[in-house]
Design a protein around this ligand. Structure first.
Ligand code: NAP
Length: 242
């Protein structure tokens, strides 16, 4: 991994919320970030925030890439584009997510399929491209799951199942990818103050729950050499109850 310009990190779902906070923290650490989502305007705002905190004199180069990460061809194009621009990708952060909680009787096949596609299948597609490119050079993959994948969550079945799937996908990958020198981490945040959370719990005071920057700082640590010894487990991050 090159020190000049930092590591090259793809962050999916970086147009707002936790993904944006991860992108900003990685920029602060001097890494080069490819911020990915479907909404150009919001990605441009993320790019501005990243530029604001980039260390003085840093050779890091940030970019944005518009892609729907549930689509195989768009994921392939994302990794092709990053390889052409940077020559390599050192770290992948699978953060894109979606939830529309409804009880089982109201659950449509479309809701179920879309929730699994965004939270689980997208991570599979991006992981496969990353491994194809990195099987000789190693790297790191960080998956953003949720505490909803660890405990029962009535009314959230598709999301809880998708995140539970992502947790064991991460553990399985961390064993399977050892021969390639690829480390796999799984981060499971509790309630975090983002637009998504605000829509789900409008009555909640965002100041009382975890802030996205805290997740960003944890990911920054995992990406750094200090993170080398704490893979192969599900790392829960949440604000303790008062
Ligand atoms: N907030 C919480 O309380 C909480 C707690 C635990 C875990 N999490 C997890 O943390 C992650 C981020 O959550 P958040 O609260 O920051 O959510 P958010 O504010 O809704 O952000 C979701 C991000 O994912 C992107 N995205 C969604 N579908 C996509 C697709 N098909 N292709 C590419 N990008 C896509 C969105 O961008 P576009 O719409 O522009 O594509 C956006 O950047 C998710 O995986 C979520 O499950 C959140």
């Amino acid at each position: 991994m090159s020190a000049e310009g930092g590591r090259v990190v793809i962050v999916t779902g970086a147009s707002r919320g936790i993904g944006r906070a991860i992108a900003v923290e990685l920029s602060r650490a001097g890494e080069s970030v490819v911020a990915v989502a479907r909404t150009a305007r919001d990605l441009e705002e993320t790019l501005r925030f990243m530029e604001e905190v980039r260390p003085a004199g840093s050779a890091a180069r940030h970019s944005i890439h518009i892609a729907d990460v549930t689509r195989e061809s768009e994921v392939e194009a994302l990794f092709r584009g990053a390889a052409e621009r940077y020559g390599r990708v050192d770290v992948l952060v699978n953060n894109a997510g979606h939830v529309d909680p409804v009880g089982i009787l109201e659950m449509t096949l479309e809701n179920w399929t879309h929730t699994l596609a965004t939270n689980l299948t997208a991570a599979f597609l991006c992981t496969r491209e990353f491994v194809r490119a990195n099987k000789r050079v190693g790297g790191k993959i960080i998956n953003i799951a949720s505490t909803a994948g660890l405990t029962p969550r009535p009314g959230w079945s598709a999301y809880a199942a998708a995140k539970a799937g992502l947790i064991n996908f991460s553990l399985t990958m961390s064993e399977e990818l050892k021969p390639y020198g690829i480390k796999v981490y799984c981060v499971a945040p509790g309630r975090t103050a983002t637009e998504l959370r605000q829509k789900l719990a409008p009555e909640e005071d965002p100041a009382t729950i975890l802030q996205p920057a805290a997740v960003g700082r944890l990911v920054r640590l995992l990406v750094s050499p200090e993170g080398d010894y704490i893979d192969q487990q599900t790392i829960v991050i949440r604000k303790p109850l008062p």
